[in-house]
Ligand binder design. Structure first.
Ligand SMILES: Cc1ncc(COP(=O)(O)O)c(C=O)c1O
Length: 505
């Protein structure tokens, strides 16, 4: 029994709440912040895409732990002076690096509302969970999945792919493997993807305890699509060697060039071989929203699971990754875990099972669903699909400009929204690497690089709804200008080296 205290402890007189003393001041400050961020997005074209961070600015963020309070207006000034000008740049229409979505002002407002509600979406019975369930239902509809399908927001597709590997692993080894580990049976599991797959698949195999050696990276054709005959042959070879194929990961939009695997053929093979069929659709899966592009994803409706990012082509602000699993029960088998402190009830706040924490490793989770709900509902999927189709049309435009320009070389077919090319030069890898850095530092455009068939490529991934023909033209002329400068410099240097070598001889 707990003994009552002899004397009541005296409470400090001052209130320690973090709420402001003057709400009107906070409101005025909040309005300024909101206006500034709306202006920032509205006038984004007037700024450089990206700019290097000066040392003095970086140093601002090497301060000691702040023990005392600072005025909100001063903290905000630090943000506007030191953070805003040196952001990644993906809000800007000239950003074409990696695969970054542009976000939207609507998503930003929704994110503010979500922060105000401060909801924890691990579980319990509240409307924010119903908002997430609404997105699960909408995502099911997008991909023609059954009512029994489950879904969950996660950070990004890397996490969604990892979780899919875990669901497939538990499905293959049975639920008891969660207690006793993967054992010998797990050691013989093998998974399959293509050489063009994203590196997070291999990482997922490592984290899942299966090892990246157990991932077979099957050859691709010239268009970077998985060679299904080679896949079939590799599965047969592994079975003959006493191994246990359990999972195929197909790509709906490869990271390098945006290739879409033959999902129908892979779905059929997985059915025949009784393998888990997972689709990494990080950006490409949302192409289903475009009636023109959707046929290219035929077969995706037969997947056991799909990973995708609403923060890429869905234009939802970061982060909003998503995992959809055909059979909700299998999904729960991999993650649901009873705990006394998470007891479910039929009434009250602990009602409404199953909870999102039954579908993934996270218990505390933010309200990613709200910005996605606002985005889907405000714009509608037809408009988002049109944005996606337009990104692909811009990529085709860039492709035709490159093909018509003898100084440039197209390095891969353009299947979707990614264009890989380079400036022709004797020292092409170095010259093109420098062109990309110069482009980024100039603030004109921000493509990234990749290596295709051993050649360094300038890679432009058009994901942002703000990108327009003028941005493609600016990229083109800047590449040509920097290319001419860099290759002249490289030729000059080459001549200097040759001269100094001949002088040394
Ligand atoms: C095909 C593919 N898979 C997975 C990922 C990883 O997604 P995320 O960055 O959301 O973790 C990406 C990222 O661009 C991708 O393009």
């Amino acid at each position: 029994m707990i003994e009552p205290r002899q004397e009541a402890q005296s409470l400090p007189e001052t209130s320690e709440t973090l709420d402001p003393q003057n709400w009107d001041e906070l409101r005025a400050q909040g309005h300024r912040m909101l206006d500034d961020m709306i202006d920032y997005i509205a006038t984004i074209r007037e700024r450089p895409v990206w700019q290097p961070i000066p040392d003095a600015v970086r140093a601002q963020f090497r301060e000691r732990l702040p023990r005392k309070s600072t005025d909100l207006a001063d903290v905000y000034r630090d943000f506007t002076d030191f953070v805003v000008p040196y952001a990644t740049g993906n809000v800007h229409p000239g950003f074409m690096g990696w695969v970054h979505g542009g976000g939207s002002a609507v998503g930003m407002l929704a994110e503010m509302l979500a922060a105000g509600l401060n909801a924890n979406l691990g579980g319990r019975d509240h409307m924010p969970i119903e908002v997430e369930r609404q997105i699960v239902a909408w995502t099911r509809q997008m991909f023609g999945f059954p009512e029994s399908a489950s879904g969950i927001f996660v950070t990004g597709t890397s996490m969604a792919n990892l979780m899919a590997v875990l669901v497939a692993r538990t499905s293959a080894l049975g639920k008891p493997s969660r207690q006793h580990g993967i054992g010998e049976e797990g050691a013989s599991l093998t998974a399959y993807t293509s050489k063009a797959a994203h590196g997070c698949i291999s990482k997922a195999m490592e984290i899942a305890g299966l090892g990246s050696d157990a991932l077979r990276c099957v050859a691709v054709d010239r268009a970077h699509r998985m060679d299904v005959a080679a896949l079939r042959a590799r599965i047969a070879r592994d079975r003959a060697a006493g191994l246990d194929p359990f999972l195929v990961v197909a790509s709906a939009g490869t990271v390098d060039i945006g290739a879409i695997d033959d999902l129908e053929a892979i779905a059929a093979l997985c059915r025949e071989e009784q393998l888990w069929f997972h689709v990494d659709g990080a950006f490409g899966a949302l192409a289903v929203l475009s009636p023109d592009l959707a046929p290219r994803l035929a077969g995706i409706e037969g997947a056991d699971s799909i990973a995708l990012d609403f923060h890429k082509w869905g234009q939802v602000p970061y982060d909003a990754g998503f995992l959809l699993v055909r059979e909700g029960e299998r999904h729960r088998d991999a993650f649901a875990a009873p705990a006394a402190y998470l007891r479910r009830e039929t009434r009250g706040l602990a009602a409404g099972s199953h909870w999102p924490c039954d579908y993934g490793p996270d218990l505390s989770r933010g309200f990613r669903a709200l910005k996605t709900w606002f985005t889907l509902k405000t714009f509608g999927t037809d408009r988002l699909g049109a944005v996606i189709a337009r990104c692909c049309a811009l990529a085709s435009h860039l492709e035709s400009r490159i093909l018509a320009e003898p100084r440039l070389e197209l390095l891969a077919p353009v299947g979707l929204n990614i264009v890989c090319f380079r400036y022709r030069s004797e020292d092409a890898d170095r010259v093109n690497g420098e062109i990309v850095v110069s482009l980024q530092e100039s603030g004109i455009a921000a493509p990234s690089t990749t290596i295709l068939d051993g050649k360094l490529a300038i890679r432009a991934a058009i994901v942002n709804h703000r990108t327009d023909v003028c941005d493609i033209e600016r990229l083109m002329s800047a590449v040509l200008e920097f290319g001419a400068r860099r290759s002249m410099a490289a030729d000059g240097e080459g001549r200097r080296i040759a001269l100094s070598r001949s002088a040394a001889v």
